[in-house]
Each structure stands twice: as structure tokens, then as C-alpha cells.
Write a protein that binds this ligand. Structure first.
Ligand code: HEC
Length: 160
């Protein structure tokens, strides 16, 4: 093979590599930011709801306060990441505050006052709010109740 032919073959090969690299580069996607699904956020809310019941039941007001904050952040995430949802007839920006803002406020007041009776009432109102929203959202079959057992075996819910 003479040098001219070799040079031609090499430059064609180089061009081919450049074209492939260009096409591949164009096809590359920018990594997508992780957006938690509504079902995923709800599963976290379920855990916090259960922990809140236990904390309040044991007059562990520090933990109850913490779980109420976590729940509230979860509600904010629902609205932030899913202002609307294809299967839900009304916007979540409307439904979430409508069903949970009142109970969350009452929970905060009960925890602040370290008042078990008020806490119980506010917790039941929160549970009713969860279920009211599920009904309004056409997810009535996801029925939430006051937990009947601790949600996890590896956490001490007593005040410390
Ligand atoms: C918008 C109003 C709304 C409120 C308020 C709400 N939910 Fe939900 N919840 C939904 C919707 C919609 C779904 C179905 C989401 C999906 O799967 O895409 C759901 C699903 C769930 C599920 C099923 C999750 C699964 O994957 O098994 C649980 C459990 C749940 N919610 C618990 C709660 C609890 C506990 C509260 C209150 C502390 C609450 N939810 C408040 C709308 C709501």
C-alpha cells in the first residue's frame, strides 16, 4: 500500500470516528433531576403519620413536633412536585391546603400546649383530612387509620 492510499484510508477513518462521536454526543441526554412520585411522597407521609400518633400517644412532644414538621414538608413537596396530577380532578395546590392546613395548625397548638386530649382530636382531624383528600382525589380506597401497632421495631418513641 503506498503512502497516499494509506493517508486517504486514515483520514476517512478519522472522519468516520468524528461523525460517530458527534452523533453520539448529540444523543446524550442531560441527566434528569430526580422528582419523587406522588405515591412515593405519600408512602413517606404514611410513616410519619404513624410515628406522629405514637409520639403524641407517649407525650413525646419533641418527637411529635418533629414529625409534624416532617409531615408538613411532605405536604409542601406534594404541591411543589405535583401541583396537578393526571388522575386527580382538582389541583393539589387547592386540595392539600384545604384538607390538611387546619389539622396541622391544631396539631402544632396541641403540641405546644402539651395537651394530650387536644392532640388526639387534632390527630383524628388530620386522619380525616388524609381520607377526605383521598376521596376528593378519587383514591378513596387508600384509607388511613390510627395505627394499631408501632410502625417500626427499631425506634424508641418514649420521651428522652
Ligand atoms: C391531594 C390530597 C391528599 C392528601 C392531603 C393526602 N393524600 Fe395520600 N394520596 C393522595 C393521592 C392522589 C394518592 C395516590 C397517589 C399515586 O399513587 O399516584 C395517595 C396515596 C396515598 C397512599 C398510598 C401509597 C401507596 O403507594 O401505597 C397512602 C398510604 C396515603 N396516600 C397516605 C396519606 C396520609 C397518611 C395522608 C395524611 C397525613 C395523606 N395521604 C394525605 C392524595 C392525598
Amino acid at each position: 500500500m503506498d503512502n497516499t492510499r494509506l493517508a486517504t484510508i486514515l483520514s476517512i477513518a478519522a472522519l468516520a470516528i468524528a461523525v460517530v462521536a458527534f452523533v453520539q454526543g448529540r444523543g446524550q441526554k442531560v441527566p434528569e433531576a430526580y422528582v419523587p412520585g406522588l405515591g412515593e411522597i405519600m408512602t413517606l407521609q404514611q410513616m410519619r403519620h404513624a410515628k406522629l400518633a405514637l409520639a403524641g400517644g407517649m407525650a413525646n412532644w419533641q418527637l411529635a413536633d418533629y414529625e409534624t414538621d416532617e409531615l408538613n414538608e411532605g405536604f409542601e413537596d406534594m404541591v411543589k412536585f405535583h401541583p396537578t396530577h393526571e388522575k386527580v380532578p382538582k389541583p393539589l395546590t387547592e386540595l392539600v391546603p384545604q384538607y390538611v392546613d387546619g389539622p396541622v395548625k391544631d396539631l402544632r397548638a396541641a403540641i405546644e400546649a402539651k395537651d394530650t386530649a387536644k392532640f388526639d382530636a387534632a390527630f383524628d382531624a388530620l386522619t380525616a383530612g388524609c381520607n377526605g383528600c383521598h376521596e376528593a382525589a378519587n383514591f378513596k380506597f387508600n384509607r388511613v387509620i390510627r395505627p394499631t401497632a408501632p410502625p417500626v421495631p427499631n425506634q424508641d418513641f418514649r420521651p428522652n
